[in-house]
Design a protein around this ligand. Structure first.
Ligand code: DOR
Length: 429
C-alpha cells in the first residue's frame, strides 16, 4: 500500500493534547508522522482536508446491526456503510439479534460478515443471559475469547436482580464491562412514550422516569457489591445522572453514555413525530434533557453513543402501540451532537466519540498517536439538511428528518483506506 497524506487539516487529538494545523502521514494502514507542511512525494495519495477537523476515528459503542435474523431492517453491510457515512470508523453492535449473540459461533459469524463488508470495524457485544431470556448465564469466557467486547441484554433489562448479581460475579474477571439497559418492565407496562403532562394530554400510556431510575440504582448497587465494571446505556433522566455520581462517589467502576435524541428532543415534541420518536428509553421532559447536557459538560457522561436502531418503514407505519422502538442514528449523530451543545469544546467532543469509548471497551484506536492504526474522522462545521431517503442505512425513520444540523463528516478513513469521502461510501478499493 502506498502512503496517504491528509493535508491541511486542524488535528484535534485529546490523547496527545493536540489541537493545531498539521498534516498527517499514513503508511501501511498506520500513522507514521504528524507534522507541519509535510511535502508529498510523487506516488502518495493526498486527501486535502481544507481546514476541516482531523480527529481519531469515531467509535459508536451502541448500534443495532440486525444480523442475524432481521436483514430487512439492516445488514452488517448496510449498517457499516451508514457508520462510515456518518463518520464512524468502528461500531460495537448489540446482541439483540435473532438468535441473540450468546455463543462463540454467532460472534464469529458477525465478525465474518463484518470482514466481508470491509467498511467500519465491528466489535460485537454478547448477551448476559442465554437468548436474552433472563434466566441462564451465557458462557462469558468463551464469548470473550471469540471476540465479545461487552455483555448486555440490551433492548431489555435483566429482570431478576439475583440473576444479574450472579452474572456479575461469574463475569467479574472477564475484562469487559456489562452494558445495562435500564427499564423496569412492570413500571413501563405498555407505554409508548414518557409519562408526564404530555402523555396525559394525548391520552397515551407513558413510562415514568422512575422505570429507568430504579434499575439504574439496582445495577449500580450490584456493580458496587460485585466489583464488576458496568456501563449504563442511553441515560435519559436527571435522576439517573445523580445516581451515577453517587455510585462513583462510593467507588463504583461505572461509565455511561447519552444519545443525541435524549439531549435534543423531549416529550413535548412527541405528537409531531409519533412512531418516529417512539424509542426506549423514551424522550423525556425538557428538564431531563437539560440535566443530560449539563452532565456532558461537567464530565459525568463519558460517551456519545447513538443507539442506532433501524426498522423497516412498514413496521414504523403501524399503529403507535404496534410500531417497534428506535430509529436510525448513525448518519445524523455528529450533526445532532453539535446541535445539542453548540459550544462544547472540540477536544471534549472528540474524546466523547473516540478515546473514551475506546478506553471503556479496550479497543485499538481512539488516538492519532504515531504507530496507531490510521482510523480517522474528518469533519467540518457545515450546515446540512437531513434527508433520510439518502441514508445508507435501510432504516429511514428518524425524528431528525428535514432538520438542519450544523456539523458533518466529510471523510472517514479506516486502516489507512478512505472509505467515505464527501458523503459517498467507497465499499472497495
Ligand atoms: O429504541 C430502542 N430500540 N431501544 C433499545 O434499547 C433497543 C432498540 C432496538 O433494538 O430496536
Amino acid at each position: 500500500m502506498t502512503a496517504l497524506l491528509v493535508r491541511g487539516g486542524r488535528v484535534v487529538d485529546p490523547t496527545q493534547e493536540l489541537d493545531a494545523n498539521r498534516d498527517l502521514l499514513i503508511r501501511d494502514g498506520r500513522i507514521v508522522q504528524i507534522a507541519e507542511g509535510i511535502a508529498a512525494e510523487g506516488d502518495w495519495d493526498v486527501l486535502e482536508a481544507g481546514g476541516a477537523i482531523v480527529a481519531p476515528g469515531f467509535i459508536d459503542m451502541h448500534v443495532h446491526l440486525r444480523e442475524p435474523g432481521a436483514a430487512h431492517k439492516e445488514t452488517i453491510a448496510t449498517g457499516t456503510a451508514a457508520a462510515v457515512a456518518g463518520g464512524f470508523t468502528a461500531v460495537a453492535c448489540m446482541p439483540n439479534t435473532e438468535p441473540a449473540l450468546d455463543s462463540p459461533a454467532l460472534i464469529a459469524e458477525v465478525l465474518r460478515l463484518a470482514r466481508a463488508a470491509n467498511l467500519a470495524r465491528v466489535y460485537p457485544g454478547a448477551a448476559i443471559t442465554r437468548g436474552r431470556a433472563g434466566a441462564e448465564l451465557a458462557p462469558y469466557w468463551r464469548l470473550y475469547d471469540a471476540g465479545a467486547i461487552a455483555f448486555s441484554d440490551d433492548g431489555g433489562t435483566v429482570k431478576s436482580a439475583r440473576v444479574l448479581r450472579q452474572a456479575a460475579i461469574y463475569a467479574r474477571d472477564v475484562p469487559v464491562p456489562f452494558i445495562s439497559h435500564c427499564e423496569d418492565d412492570d413500571l413501563k407496562g405498555d407505554a409508548v412514550m414518557n409519562e408526564g403532562a404530555r402523555s396525559m394530554q394525548l391520552g397515551l400510556a407513558g413510562s415514568p422516569g422512575l422505570a429507568e431510575d430504579v434499575i439504574v440504582a439496582r445495577d449500580l448497587l450490584i456493580a458496587l457489591e460485585t466489583a464488576k465494571r458496568f456501563h449504563i446505556a442511553h441515560v435519559s433522566t436527571a435522576e439517573s445522572v445523580e445516581l451515577i455520581r453517587y455510585a462513583r462517589g462510593r467507588g463504583a467502576a461505572v461509565t455511561c453514555e447519552v444519545t443525541p435524541h435524549h439531549l435534543i428532543l423531549h416529550d413535548d415534541a412527541f405528537e409531531r413525530f409519533r412512531a418516529d420518536a417512539k424509542v426506549n428509553p423514551p424522550l423525556r421532559a425538557e428538564s431531563d434533557a437539560a440535566a443530560l447536557r449539563k452532565a456532558v459538560r461537567d464530565g459525568t457522561i463519558d460517551v456519545f453513543a447513538t443507539d442506532h436502531a433501524p426498522h423497516a418503514r412498514e413496521e414504523k407505519e403501524q399503529l403507535l402501540g404496534d410500531a417497534p422502538v428506535g430509529f436510525s442514528g448513525l448518519e445524523t449523530a455528529l450533526g445532532a451532537y453539535a446541535l445539542a451543545i453548540p459550544d462544547l469544546p472540540l477536544g471534549r467532543f472528540v474524546e466523547l466519540l473516540s478515546s473514551n469509548p475506546a478506553a471503556i471497551l479496550d479497543l485499538p484506536g481512539g488516538t492519532l498517536a504515531v504507530g496507531a492504526a490510521a482510523d480517522i474522522t474528518v469533519f467540518a462545521d457545515r450546515p446540512w439538511t437531513v434527508d433520510s431517503a439518502k441514508f445508507y442505512s435501510l432504516g429511514k425513520n428518524t425524528p431528525f428528518d428535514g432538520m438542519e444540523l450544523p456539523r458533518k463528516a466529510v471523510a472517514t478513513i479506516v486502516g489507512g483506506r478512505i472509505v467515505m469521502r464527501d458523503g459517498v461510501v467507497n465499499a472497495r478499493s
